[in-house]
Design a protein around this ligand. Structure first.
Ligand code: GP9
Ligand code: MN
Length: 636
């Protein structure tokens, strides 16, 4: 009988396969990843492969057998350490490692001795592939032989590894469009592209931001500062401090656009409770208010209302610049004795919130773990808004006052699914299921806000609070223009589409009796100064791009993240200047002066974020810090 002989590349194949299998098993036992269907399971299974083929494949270039074997073992050790560190990190933080976190040393402050207690001797199994590989190298004859391979075969090998990568990315793209441009969530990234690729991606994003940061210096701030100061306006003295020391409750209304407010769909009222508020004596309702968000969607809106800056152009600022110095709304309120928090019943790493909230100095994040989700209380993306609001009020009762809390709703989110018992109105009848369901989820959201107001009144917190509610971004994209056009009874031109970027803003001040509809053109960047002034907090030293909506000098001007803008008389979209009254294209010259300013303002915002310029700014005195002095160095 002929003796079995292992093929000459067996050791490479063994190295790849054992690390691959180990990684897949580690995904199952070391992390708590929610897998929803067979396709996701398949992606999870194949995602380590392309990277492992690539790194282990480098061994094909080694001439010396000894060095090659050392390389294989060394690589398996390094990969095992990376994987194990993630597993250990996950035990504490339920999250994957990201570079900014490694530098936020306060994260590790509370680890102490408990770190050692959560390391088990069975963890050695995370290194199982290393031991197997060492044994293979020691005992298998084939490990003593050279690969000796022609360069064309080698090329074919790497082409195959690239093909596996593209297959992986292609499948992920169908599961999660725009995953790499928008990042979304570390868990989603790891689920789709694998731990190892995820770290490369993270290194790429962070080193890009870091390089841009290193190149920036404080002198860039001079021009930005001049612009900010030149556009600064005084608060309205009648309203300044009207909500002093009151709790400030923000509600981020998921995907809520203004077109559903005060409108009907096939004879059914979509937002009855909010409609009442538009006429309420204690509520200011802004009907010409725009969102400024880009790819970062909800997270951009959070960034904007906290910092009064725009998100960045090609990505989500919550991911790209979570290591920056900010002078956030939360930080201002902390300094004024408030307890600051965010409430959102989702996985805390979504949109990198856990990391970004620390950078913005939000004191507490009530994430999904702070909520009890009973049977039937979740739909679509997670916890339903009504139980979310009910439990949030329970949390509020426990908070030290005054507090600021931002509540982020979730049910009115694409693809807008609801359980039957939560459908208070019928579907619409267009060719877009998305738009048809949207009316129903918007109606559900309206109901949830009503419940929130009732609960808050019962709890006694209401009387000592103000409530600010805003739509975070659009819910119906241009893909549904035909259906939208059927609903609105007009063609969706670029002008109409820009107008559809209006989201509602409500500022509710209990027992004030001063509420009314406000028609000035405004946008999310204006929320920060407006609310700080209501709370009686000075912002004259702040590096912010928005302006107080109640100031008599407030200018009608809203800049959208993609460069479109709206003034009192014009809408600029698709490189065309539209007359706002008629919706017809008009002379471009009419828009020209604003066009320059819109671009300038977006550029300044980008400059501040990309260069991390606020580290060169002392927000207490308004002084520009140069000569190597930075906000960080001051803190030390
Ligand atoms: C996720 C939620 C939705 O936690 O905020 O994010 P979005 O997709 O709207 O940006
Ligand atoms: Mn959203």
């Amino acid at each position: 009988m002929k003796e079995f002989k292992w093929p000459k590349h067996s050791i490479l194949a063994i190295a790849i396969i054992i690390t691959w299998i180990k990684t897949y098993i580690a995904y199952q036992v070391g992390f708590n990843m929610k897998i929803e269907n067979m396709m996701q399971q398949f992606i999870l299974f194949i995602n380590p492969l392309s990277f492992l083929m690539l790194v282990y494949g480098v061994s094909l270039f080694f001439r010396s057998v000894k060095n090659r074997n050392r390389y294989l073992i060394g690589t398996s050790i390094v990969l095992s350490i990376i994987l194990y560190l993630n597993v250990a990190f996950y035990r504490f933080f339920s999250d994957f490692i990201t570079i900014p976190v490694l530098f936020q040393t306060n994260n590790f402050g509370d680890l102490g001795t408990s770190a050692l207690e959560s390391i088990y001797w069975t963890d050695i199994l995370y290194f199982a592939d290393v031991f197997i590989l060492i044994a293979v190298v020691k005992f298998m004859a084939i490990a003593k032989e050279s690969y000796s391979m022609s360069s064309s075969v080698r090329r074919a090998y790497f082409i195959l590894s690239a093909a596996v990568l593209f297959l992986n990315l292609g499948l992920s793209e169908t599961e999660r469009p725009q995953l790499l441009t928008r990042s979304f969530d570390r868990e989603l990234l790891v689920k789709n592209i694998g731990t190892y690729n995820y770290h490369l991606y993270d290194i790429y994003i962070q080193s890009k931001s870091q390089a841009q940061r290193v190149l920036a210096d404080g002198s860039e701030l001079v021009e930005v500062n001049n612009y900010v100061r030149a556009n600064q306006i005084d608060p309205n003295p009648k309203l300044f401090g009207i909500a002093k020391d009151k709790n400030i409750i923000y509600i981020s209304l998921e995907s809520l656009q203004n077109f559903v407010i005060n409108s009907e769909m096939n004879g059914q009222v979509v937002t009855p409770f909010l409609n009442e508020l538009t006429k309420d004596k204690d509520t200011f309702y802004f009907s010409n208010f725009y969102h400024n968000t880009g790819l970062g969607k909800t997270s951009d809106s959070e960034f904007i209302v906290e910092n009064s800056l725009y998100g960045i152009g090609g990505g989500a600022v919550f991911f790209t610049n979570s290591g920056n110095t900010f002078n956030s709304f939360s930080e201002k309120l902390n300094d004024n004795g408030y307890f600051t928090s965010v409430m959102h019943a989702n996985n805390k790493s979504f949109w990198n919130r856990d990391v970004m909230y620390k950078a913005m100095e939000t004191q507490k994040f009530y994430d999904v773990d702070s909520y009890t989700i009973e049977e039937g209380q979740a739909v679509n993306w997670g916890m339903k808004d009504i139980p979310f609001f009910e439990q949030s009020v329970d949390h509020m009762k426990e908070m030290p006052q005054p507090f600021y809390s931002r509540l982020i709703t979730l049910t009115n989110h694409y693809p807008f699914h609801l359980d039957d018992e939560d459908m208070f109105i019928d579907e619409y009848d267009s060719n877009s299921g998305t738009l048809n369901r949207y009316f129903q989820t918007a109606r559900y959201m309206d109901e949830s806000i009503k419940v929130f107001f009732e609960k808050l009144k019962e709890s006694g917190v209401y009387d000592n609070s103000i409530i600010v509610m805003y739509g975070d971004h659009y819910g119906i994209s241009e893909n549904h223009n035909a259906a939208m056009s059927q609903y609105l009874g007009k063609e969706i031109t670029p002008f109409e589409n820009a107008q559809l970027q209006r989201v509602p803003l409500f500022i509710h001040i209990p027992d004030s009796g001063i509420g009314k509809e406000m028609t000035e053109v405004a946008s999310q960047v204006d929320i920060r100064p407006t609310v700080l002034h209501l709370a009686g907090i000075d912002t004259s030293k702040d590096m912010q791009l928005g302006a107080d909506l109640f100031s008599p000098d407030h200018e009608d001007f809203a800049i959208l993240r993609d460069g479109r803008f709206v003034t009192e008389d014009y809408v600029f979209a698709a490189n065309t200047c539209y007359d706002k009254m008629t919706g017809e294209a008009t002379d471009t010259e009419a828009c020209e002066p604003y066009a320059k300013r819109a671009q300038q303002e977006l550029n300044y915002s980008d400059q501040i974020i990309i260069g991390d310029l606020l580290r060169f700014y002392d927000d207490k005195t308004g002084k520009l810090l140069t000569d190597g002095e930075t906000e960080d160095s001051k803190d030390q």
